[in-house]
Design a protein around this ligand. Structure first.
Ligand SMILES: Cc1cc2nc3c(=O)[nH]c(=O)nc-3n(C[C@H](O)[C@H](O)[C@H](O)COP(=O)(O)OP(=O)(O)OC[C@H]3O[C@@H](n4cnc5c(N)ncnc54)[C@H](O)[C@@H]3O)c2cc1C
Length: 512
């Protein structure tokens, strides 16, 4: 998902499509509301249902399908605050969950059994730590805050997600990818260390700093945070990153559309083929080109290619790519492009909408879609049901530097994909839940009909969690959900989980 999909593409479009919009003003406001006060860590940091802040804080999760009802939200301002909050939760026998940016797609935080939410919204520090020779970013910072402060302070950036309102806390633990990753690798490929509040067998909370140093006895805790996903090992208070790259001075941002009017099935098939073949053959030669190819449902009028490209030959690279996509199809029906300073592009999206009901799914592609899969996509994207508007599958460019890292070096096992897939259904009314859930579930099942309804060849991304992968009704393959998300790394993650959270204090439906 991206800035463009929010700002240029979906604003004013069918309401349900707006859920592709990523940003939430609420997230920013949460950070602002808590960083300026002095009460963090004091009595005012315990926010119960009678507190006027409760509704706002309890409701800041991105997916409107889920609502939490914790007894307390704990606003924390330091690692010690987190230790205290976790000790209180364990002592009281309350299920605890942690929220940073609030952009979780599943109910891992907003679940009725969660009785205490630790809200990291006040821990937003970004600084250089000379002792560790690394940049420290606190877990409550949004990606946008991290980008702005790293760039303005030191001229560097973290290669990570395209949505500036996503929280560093959950994003990095999931792996974290975005526009600069084909050039510079994933966010976790730069992760040097992590500070985590964990709970020992006796039920006592303490903070641990785990590094990637080969001699570090806590190294497996660092490793678990390089793609094992958030919410399963403890509370991350800060990450340290090394070897952060300089971003490009400017980027060419673009939005292209192919109207559905011209996309009869053979044309649609050719277009999707052209796209997949290009990434299979040429993708790695153009690491500065980032694209999301958004195959929206036909009711939305068009499919779109959005993204950015940098470097001196940016216009030429884009022209060549667009020409390759249009071979035998014809050019796009509309095209806009704009050169911008990199930071402007990176921070776009803060005026976006919030408040949609969502179901998402994911997959990695090692090879382009097959003819059968393109035919399935065409069928599900063009069904006539007028109530299902906000559905799409997005094919996001991947590979490049991401694939230069061995699959076991980090917990992110998927190091051979050319494209990352993001399936989305988005709607407004609870009464429409069943219809939209059925649409995306059947679409996904049919795409992977040859492999038990799930992406056995390629796997899935824990940053786009989908609890259906753990449901035998929807995963009829022989692979458990954990193998789909973690490949061969699943067993090692289970071991880290047993070591660092022996009482299973931190858990959700997709905990390793
Ligand atoms: C609009 C939108 C755009 C996105 N764009 C991208 C993208 O470009 N690239 C990409 O890779 N992903 C993207 N994602 C996915 C995103 O990376 C994940 O949803 C991520 O987990 C969100 O982190 P968060 O802190 O905002 O969410 P939260 O809801 O706060 O947390 C998500 C999960 O992580 C856990 N968690 C959060 N903070 C901590 C912490 N401090 N310690 C331990 N566990 C924690 C939570 O308990 C929960 O299980 C996007 C998601 C959305 C909704």
């Amino acid at each position: 998902m991206s800035v463009h999909s929010r700002r240029s593409v979906l604003r004013g479009a069918a309401a349900t499509a707006g859920a592709l919009a990523a940003g939430t003003a609420a997230t920013t406001a949460a950070a602002a509301a808590t960083t300026t006060g002095t009460a963090i860590g004091g009595p005012k940091s315990h926010v119960g249902p009678a507190d006027p802040r409760y509704g706002f804080l309890a409701g800041r999760g991105y997916n409107e399908r889920f609502t939490g009802s914790p007894d307390h939200i704990r606003l924390v301002g330091s690692t010690d605050d987190v230790v205290r909050a976790v000790n209180d939760a364990v002592r009281a026998g309350k299920r605890v969950a942690v929220r940073s940016g609030g952009h979780c797609f599943e109910d891992f935080v907003d679940n009725p059994t969660v009785r205490m939410v630790i809200d990291m919204g006040a821990m937003t520090g970004v600084y250089y730590d000379p002792a560790r020779r690394a940049f420290a970013v606190e877990a409550g910072a949004t990606l946008g805050e991290a980008y702005r402060r790293l760039f303005l302070g030191w001229g560097v950036t973290l290669p990570a997600g395209w949505c500036p309102e996503v929280g560093v806390g959950g994003h990095v633990a999931a792996g974290g990818y975005g526009p600069l990753c084909r050039r510079h690798g994933l966010a976790v490929d730069h992760l040097y260390a992590v500070e985590v509040v964990v709970v020992d067998r006796a039920g006592k909370a303490r903070s641990v700093i785990a590094t990637r140093d080969a001699t570090d006895p806590h190294r497996d805790l660092w490793w678990a945070h390089t793609g094992g996903g958030g919410g399963s090992f403890g509370v991350v208070t800060r990450y340290w990153f090394r070897d952060l790259p300089e971003p490009p001075a400017d980027v060419l941002s673009f939005t292209l559309q192919w109207s559905w009017e011209g996309l009869h099935e053979p044309v649609f098939t050719r277009l999707v083929h052209n796209h997949g073949r290009w990434f299979e053959r040429h993708g790695d030669r153009y690491p500065d080109l980032y694209t999301e190819f958004l195959l929206f449902r036909r009711q939305q009028g068009a499919v779109m290619l959005i993204g950015q490209v940098s470097g001196a030959g940016a216009e030429r690279v884009l022209d060549e790519h667009v020409a390759a996509l249009g071979a035998g199809v014809g050019g796009p029906t509309s095209r806009t492009q704009e050169r911008q300073p990199w930071l402007v592009a990176a921070l776009k999206g803060s005026d976006d909408t919030f408040g949609w009901r969502l179901k998402v799914k994911s997959g990695y592609l090692r090879r382009p879609f097959t003819d059968r899969q393109i035919a399935v996509a065409y069928r599900h994207l063009t069904t006539d049901d007028p109530h299902i508007v906000g559905g799409a599958v997005s094919l996001n460019s991947y590979g490049g530097r991401v694939n230069a890292v061995p699959p076991h070096a980090t917990a992110t096992a998927h190091r051979d994909a050319i494209l990352k897939l993001f399936y989305l259904s988005a709607w407004a009314e609870p009464a429409d839940d069943a219809r939209h859930m059925a649409w995306i579930r059947e679409f996904y099942r049919d795409m992977y009909a040859d492999t038990g309804g799930v992406p056995v060849d390629g796997g899935a991304y824990i940053g786009y969690p989908d609890t259906d992968l753990a449901d035998p009704q929807w995963n009829t393959s022989s692979l458990p959900w954990s193998t789909l998300y973690y490949g061969d790394n699943a067993a090692r993650l289970h071991a880290a989980k047993r070591r660092w959270d022996p009482r299973n204090v931190f858990h959700h439906a997709l905990t390793p």
